[in-house]
Write a protein that binds this ligand. Structure first.
Ligand code: XMP
Length: 543
């Protein structure tokens, strides 16, 4: 196990992912979590993440007292990255000061040690391009430390104390991303690299320095989850599962079905916030492709009446979370009458990014009172919920869930579906979802946009695409008539895991065609805009 202590960098999850991509299980916890919460974990390595603070700022986050002794006791190697390195150096008696020259962006660093754990033997003088983002720098090393690389501007870029198993990198080895480029019928990998050798440095650290083995495999994750569910759910206990037709709930349901077979009862809830014809489409595929028994509950009146007049996005999410649970409770009650036993568990397809984003680390500037968004399936659960949760995907990223799904033989049609948020169109109609015919208009616009993407063969390249209904009316001219109708926005992104995202660049002809189709076919829309904001600073959804 590799433990990542998060000190608030937006990209901490990337370290977690990179380690997993190397075949090693990694878990990310808040850097200031109490030591007791780490009890029982025996990490072979701990990575201290970057963060937005200076170690000298008041309230700058630091690891809990006794952490370094804990790491030593576990025999763990500790690697500090950027802020993490400065924190490590400072807490061991070294000094960090504001640098004369700040280093942001691409930088060259040069290995300065003949022999180093992080770079190997005989690499002295070798240069590599890395991604730096720091104002402070290390100016004095703690006892027993050695500088093993410097930036070409002279700043300390890497340090180590091999005897004590402490290492530090001022740059971000995790910082690079892979992007798909579609060229006619070939899919090429384009490496948009910030620290091109970053993965190699991480690989060296994990395997050569820490002696970790790459033995974390999806098949093992599956077997382990099945065992856990079988031991948790007694032989005569029943479980219910809300299937949305999305990748996460479908994979979660298929996994739990494998573990407990016909003691799993799935329900598909029409909450009135679904996309065009979604209920019919999804229900028929459940039967034909998945062979899972699914009951369909029409609860649209119930959800929409509770959402009437509600404009606040967080409030909408909470209401939807609450209504979902009310529907499941009711479903469980009816099931009890039918099978003579009340189900005790609810399966949810919660993913790791949902968990991380709902629990921002202290010191990240994203406190609980400043939650970016409470994902409805994490933050919105009522305290008095009677059903216990089974969340078999809680530690996985989306692409890992897709891999798990393909081991479980979940059809490609499910695995390749774009993500759709639990609160559905409620977070895509800005403001009151029940006002006018906003939902209907949005459904039509969304269908035209997504169908055009499928027709153009772009669906599998784009990570997520959808339309947003804006509560804005603009003046237009349609068929010689002056109109005062609604504006809608189109959003299409590429992403690895939804934690960061880039907007998709459509050809002009494609956009012209889509906009024409929308304005000519959807009554009440006379203007279409495209959202070209990356995440960060925006989020994927508008609410
Ligand atoms: P954001 O908007 O947070 O979206 O950048 C990242 C990914 O998460 C989806 N999303 C949600 N999924 N419940 C969900 O199940 C939610 O409340 C929720 N909010 C956003 C979003 O569609 C994107 O894929």
């Amino acid at each position: 196990l590799v433990l990542i202590l998060d000190f608030g960098s937006q990209y901490t999850h990337l370290i977690t992912r990179r380690v997993r991509q190397l075949g090693v299980l990694s878990l990310c916890v808040s850097g200031t979590a109490p030591l007791a919460s780490l009890a029982g974990l025996r990490p072979r390595a701990v990575v201290l993440s970057g963060g937005p603070h200076s170690v000298h700022a008041s309230g700058a986050p630091t690891f809990p007292e006794g952490f370094l002794e804990f790491a030593a006791g576990a025999g763990a190697h500790v690697l500090g990255v950027c802020y993490g390195m400065q924190l490590l150096v400072q807490s061991l008696g070294g000094a960090v000061e504001a640098g004369e020259k700040q280093e942001y962006g691409k930088m060259e660093v040069e290995v300065t040690a003949r022999s180093s754990a992080l770079y190997g033997e005989g690499e002295v003088g070798k240069r590599q391009t890395v991604w730096m983002s720091h104002g402070d720098e290390v100016v004095r090393l703690p006892e027993g430390f050695e500088v093993v690389a410097r930036s070409v501007q002279g700043a300390v870029a890497a340090v180590e104390n091999r005897e004590k198993r402490f290492y530090g990198l001022q740059y971000h080895p995790e910082s690079f991303s892979e992007k798909y480029l579609f060229v006619e019928i070939c899919i090429l990998w384009e490496n948009v690299t910030h620290s091109p050798q970053g993965m190699e440095t991480l690989r060296r650290f994990l395997f050569d320095v820490c002696g970790i083995k790459a033995d974390w495999k999806m098949q093992d994750v599956l077997d382990e989850e099945i065992r856990t569910i079988q031991s948790m759910v007694g032989p005569d206990e029943h479980v219910i599962c809300a299937l949305s037709g999305g990748v996460d709930s479908t994979v979660a349901a298929t996994l739990v079905h494998k573990a407990i077979e016909d003691r799993l009862h799935c329900v598909f809830v029409d909450n009135g916030l679904l996309r065009y014809n979604e209920r019919e489409r999804v229900m028929s595929t459940f039967e034909s492709d998945l062979h899972l028994p699914v009951t369909c509950v029409d609860a649209s009146e119930q959800f929409l009446s509770k959402l009437k007049g509600v404009k606040d996005p967080e409030m909408k999410r909470k209401i939807i979370g609450r209504e979902f649970i009310a529907v499941f409770d009711d479903f469980a009650h009816k099931l009890e009458q039918k099978i003579g036993k009340r189900p005790g568990y609810l399966v949810q397809g919660t993913l790791y990014p949902d968990v991380i984003e709902s629990c921002p680390p202290p010191g990240s500037g994203r406190t609980h009172s400043h939650t970016i968004k409470s994902h409805h399936n994490v933050g919105g659960l009522p305290k008095d919920m009677k059903l216990k949760l089974i969340e078999p995907l809680k530690l996985l990223f989306k692409d890992e869930v897709r891999k798990l799904g393909s081991i479980l033989n979940v059809p490609e049609s499910f695995l390749k579906r774009h993500p759709f948020p639990g609160p559905g169109l409620a977070v895509r109609v800005l403001g009151d979802v029940t006002e006018g015919n906003a939902l209907e208009v949005l459904r039509q616009v969304d269908e035209i946009f997504v169908q055009a993407i499928k027709d153009a063969g772009l669906y599998d390249i784009i990570w997520q695409a959808f339309a947003v209904f804006l509560p804005v009316q603009t003046v237009g001219v349609q068929g010689d008539q002056r109109t005062h109708s609604n504006a809608v926005a189109l959003r299409a992104i590429t992403s690895e895991d939804g934690m960061t995202a880039d907007w998709y660049y459509f050809e002009r002809d494609f956009l012209v065609d889509v906009v024409n189709k929308i304005c000519n076919n959807v009554r009440g829309v006379n203007r279409v805009v495209q959202d070209i904001t990356q995440k960060p600073p925006a989020t994927v959804e508008w609410e």
